[in-house]
Design a binder for this molecule. Structure first.
Ligand SMILES: Nc1ncnc2c1ncn2[C@@H]1O[C@H](COP(=O)(O)OP(=O)(O)O)[C@@H](O)[C@H]1O
Ligand SMILES: [Mg+2]
Length: 272
């Protein structure tokens, strides 16, 4: 059975794309067939994975067609690219910002039809994957609603800096009030909250982490903590690679994120 996970937080620069791309590769290493869907028209995850492909000596990896045109042809499968063993991705591009307009034209009256459309298109390929990850833009729109509707899980990235708890809180509130209560998302549950410390050792980080544990419950917090690392920052510019001890350290870190995801998703006994 496939597990669809949205990486969420309605704020830019919190590490959604970084964590989605590194986690996708870690799930693949854990022998899980994984697909990352870049749902952000800014296409940062796409950029990282194309550069990662080049680092793997796959310079010839090319766009087949844009996600939006594949949707228009009702054949999203055509946009899937293979990055490496067990890891595929669907690249995004600027035209995907027109997806809400496409839906508004196609379904003139029903917001629910618009929100559920991508979920119906996923039926073609969903069974081929153990994990499907959505990377989202930082704004609420039909794009984020479509991904959340199609998801089993939301993994919230919590940047433990001042005010950013709010981003995670409002994301959870939005999911409950809109996506679950209003659109009746059939499967959506909280997978957990992944804490990201972008300022190592700053006192505000630790207190935010404690507030988060109180607020969201210890059982909802990932045990793995992502610290600020120069090498991770560099991956955004050069793509992900594996050359030295710093890379190995990050591989180990994300292997533990993947293990926690697998435990949470596959040992789940909640009844929706
Ligand atoms: N653990 C980390 N250590 C250092 N830099 C990071 C880390 N995680 C993310 N970043 C950097 O923070 C910036 C924003 O991250 P990104 O994943 O693009 O956020 P989002 O997708 O939420 O907008 C990027 O420049 C990225 O390289
Ligand atoms: Mg991003």
């Amino acid at each position: 059975m496939s597990n669809v996970i949205t990486f969420g937080n309605f704020k830019g620069g919190t590490g959604k794309t970084t964590n989605a791309t590194l986690t996708g590769l870690a799930l693949a290493r854990a022998n899980k067939k994984t697909l990352l869907i870049d749902f952000d028209p800014q296409a940062n995850a796409t950029d990282i994975y194309f550069k990662t492909a080049a680092n793997l000596d796959k310079e010839d990896l090319k766009f087949k067609q844009t996600l939006l045109s594949a949707i228009e042809e009702k054949n999203v499968e055509n946009a899937i690219l293979n990055l490496d063993t067990n890891i595929d991705f669907i690249p995004s591009s600027a035209d995907f910002s027109l997806y809400p307009r496409f839906l508004e034209k196609k379904f003139k009256d029903s917001y629910k039809d618009r929100v559920t459309y991508f979920n119906s298109l996923m039926k073609q390929f969903i069974d081929r994957y153990d994990y499907i990850l959505f990377d989202l833009p930082p704004t609420i729109s039909l794009i984020s609603d479509s991904a959340l509707y199609a998801s089993d899980w939301v993994l919230i990235i919590l940047q433990t800096q001042e005010h950013s708890l709010q981003g995670a809180e409002s994301f959870l509130k939005y999911i409950q009030e809109q996506v679950v209560d209003e659109y009746k998302a059939p499967r959506l549950n909280l997978l957990g909250i992944l804490p990201v410390l972008l300022k190592n050792g700053a006192p505000v980080d630790k207190s935010t982490l404690n507030v988060a544990i109180d607020e969201f419950g210890e059982e909802n917090m990932f045990n793995t903590l992502i610290r600020s690392m120069e090498r991770i920052k560099r991956y955004s510019i050069r793509g992900i690679y594996n050359k030295d001890q710093y890379d190995k350290k990050i591989i180990k870190l994300y292997d533990s994120v993947a293990q926690e995801i697998i435990e949470r998703a596959e040992n789940d006994d909640t009844v929706n």
